[in-house]
Design a protein around this ligand. Structure first.
Ligand SMILES: Nc1ncnc2c1ncn2[C@@H]1O[C@H](COP(=O)(O)OP(=O)(O)OP(=O)(O)O)[C@@H](O)[C@H]1O
Ligand SMILES: [Mg+2]
Length: 281
């Protein structure tokens, strides 16, 4: 079942603070899983200096966001279709000026997406590690922020730092959390509670638990084959967890209006042009 083109696009930013928490794997596998549920999904690789998504999927794009920003082609020209119909907007790799985009470059990319609104139901935004202004700006331009954490003190503290800075700089007060690399006998919910306790104590934000992805050797095997685990090993533990995450994401309310930041598909969130269903949520 494909959702009508007139509905607002669901925009999910994926971040972690700490590097290597599994952001790109969450994006790619969630993207493929949502595509299989009938969603038209686009994944923006917003790790602009060190493109991850195309490497993870073994893609060799000829054109990237760098060419879009230089005016050499349009956003639609760089889209690459991959497993299950997931479409990727690839980033450049090793291009210094893309690593620090700045507000203007970021605004150019965000507004370029407006032309593609009718062709997607969900936009996933994979961000770089850290809390640079580019990372914060991309996340503030999404409607749902999914923070990926693992059961390591540095992952929890970096996740907390990301949430704190987004709250202070952009007024964001609601975050969703997925716990990745949960070992045998460990509880994802318990890891979430560690983060939740500290945010409840020191910040005025609300965290929603979005589930857990197990530590899974099959996922590593899929990575080495440059495939999404949901595609290469659909019955593996992590693939089933990504399927469950995708079903949960589909139940999240669609955006009801703008938040006051520069946002993806802003024109569909404000004023007369608001599409049918924009009041949902
Ligand atoms: N659920 C998992 N089970 C086993 N290994 C995992 C899992 N999730 C991630 N990994 C391992 O961690 C590595 C890093 O994952 P990934 O590239 O998705 O992280 P990232 O947060 O995007 O990293 P970066 O900050 O560099 O962008 C993967 O290549 C894989 O080897
Ligand atoms: Mg990554």
């Amino acid at each position: 079942m494909t959702v009508s083109a007139s509905r607002p696009v669901r925009v999910v930013g994926v971040s972690s603070g700490k590097g290597g928490a599994g952001k790109t794997n969450v994006c790619v596998n969630l993207g493929v899983a949502l595509s299989r549920l009938g969603q038209r999904v686009t994944l923006l690789d917003a790790d602009l200096g060190l493109a991850n998504v195309d490497v993870l999927l073994g893609l060799k794009p000829t054109h990237t966001l760098e060419h879009v920003l230089k005016g050499e082609c349009g956003l639609a020209d760089v889209l690459v279709e991959t497993a299950g119909g997931l479409r990727i907007v690839p980033a450049a790799s090793g291009v210094h000026e893309m690593a620090a985009l700045g507000p203007q470059g970021q605004a150019a990319i965000i507004s370029a997406f407006s032309a593609l609104a009718g062709s997607m139901d969900t936009l996933l935004v994979d961000t770089a590690a850290g809390i640079s202004s580019d990372v914060l700006g991309f996340l503030a331009a999404t409607q749902d922020i999914l923070v990926v954490v693992c059961n390591e003190p540095t992952s929890i503290t970096d996740g907390y730092a990301l949430i704190k800075v987004l709250n202070q700089t952009h007024g964001i007060d609601r975050f969703r959390v997925v716990v990745n690399m949960v070992g045998p006998g460990e509880s994802g919910k318990a890891v979430f509670e560690k983060l939740n306790r500290v945010t409840e104590r020191f910040l005025d934000v609300c965290l929603d638990y979005s589930g857990a992805i197990p530590m899974d050797p099959q996922l590593r095997k899929a990575v080495s084959r440059q495939r999404a685990v949901v595609d290469a090993f659909p019955s593996s533990e992590s693939a089933r967890a990504f399927d469950a995450l995708a079903r949960r994401v589909q139940t999240w309310p669609l955006p009801s209006g703008p938040r006051g930041n520069l946002e993806f598909f802003l024109e569909s969130l404000v004023g007369d042009g608001a599409p049918a269903g924009a009041e949902a949520g």
